[in-house]
Write a protein that binds this ligand. Sequence first.
Ligand code: MHF
Ligand code: KIV
Ligand code: MG
Length: 264
Amino acid sequence: MKKVTTSTLLDMKKNGQKITALTAYDASFAKLFDEQGVDVLLIGDSLGMVLLGEDDTLTVTIEDIAYHTRAVKRGTQRAFVVADMPFMSYATPEQTYTNAATLMAAGASMVKLEGGDWLAETIKGLNQRGVPVCAHLGLTPQSVHVFGGFKVQGRDDLQAEQLLEQAQTLAKAGAQMLVLECVPSSLAQKITQAVDIPVIGIGAGVACDGQILVMHDMFGISANYMPKFSKNYLQQSGDMRQAVVDFITEVREGVFPGEQHSFN
Ligand SMILES: Nc1nc(=O)c2c([nH]1)NC[C@@H]1CN(c3ccc(C(=O)N[C@@H](CCC(=O)O)C(=O)O)cc3)CN21
Ligand SMILES: CC(C)C(=O)C(=O)O
Ligand SMILES: [Mg+2]
């Protein structure tokens, strides 16, 4: 079985094959997702919310992500493993490199950072040092207190234009993947067409190159709430493996996300 790499994901975009992604935090679920054929597993800082019951992601530490990355890596054979850099773990270049090294040593093949233009130099520096980067734009949950809540981003023309430009800047700086969270579907479509790197959406409509969900939302068991853009795949079959198969099928066929899971 061939491992998924950055070039696999790039080819999938070029060939119009949808990329499937789920968050994972432990070896057992990682193995289950990997065996069903999920392409990307993300050790998300969402673990602060779905594993620990916090109201936001800000309390998560680099040690937390490293611990769960080790577990996910052990359960994974094929999928591409991406780890979130937590809040304030990439504030300075020195911090960024040390912390990215910790996650790569724990088993990540790429790190994900939230933010716009200001990350361009960071992305270049990480690339030069051998660390692939996924950028994350739109509703970046580490900025929840700046936004004043978990709110859809890029609704007005100026903000939409800025998001498009930032996506292009980050891709040019060397980001090899982009997560777009909670933006209007039409904007996500524009961005997906404007950049040559795979764009993975969550609450960003069906036109993205792939889709990611928080695993607890996909199973409909999140402690806090169920975001509108998520879908409970356990409901239909009552079987966890089948739920993952159904998620993969619906993403590949462009059935998920539907209008009811998207913003306009
Ligand atoms: N369980 C879970 N699922 C997630 O998708 C998720 C997390 N946790 N934790 C980290 C971030 C936080 N996220 C969130 C959380 C809430 C909304 C939310 O309530 N959104 C509103 C839209 C509000 C608006 O219209 O502006 C919604 O109705 O879904 C969105 C993203 C996404 N991530
Ligand atoms: C929602 C995804 C993209 C994420 O960043 C996380 O799970 O932390
Ligand atoms: Mg995250």
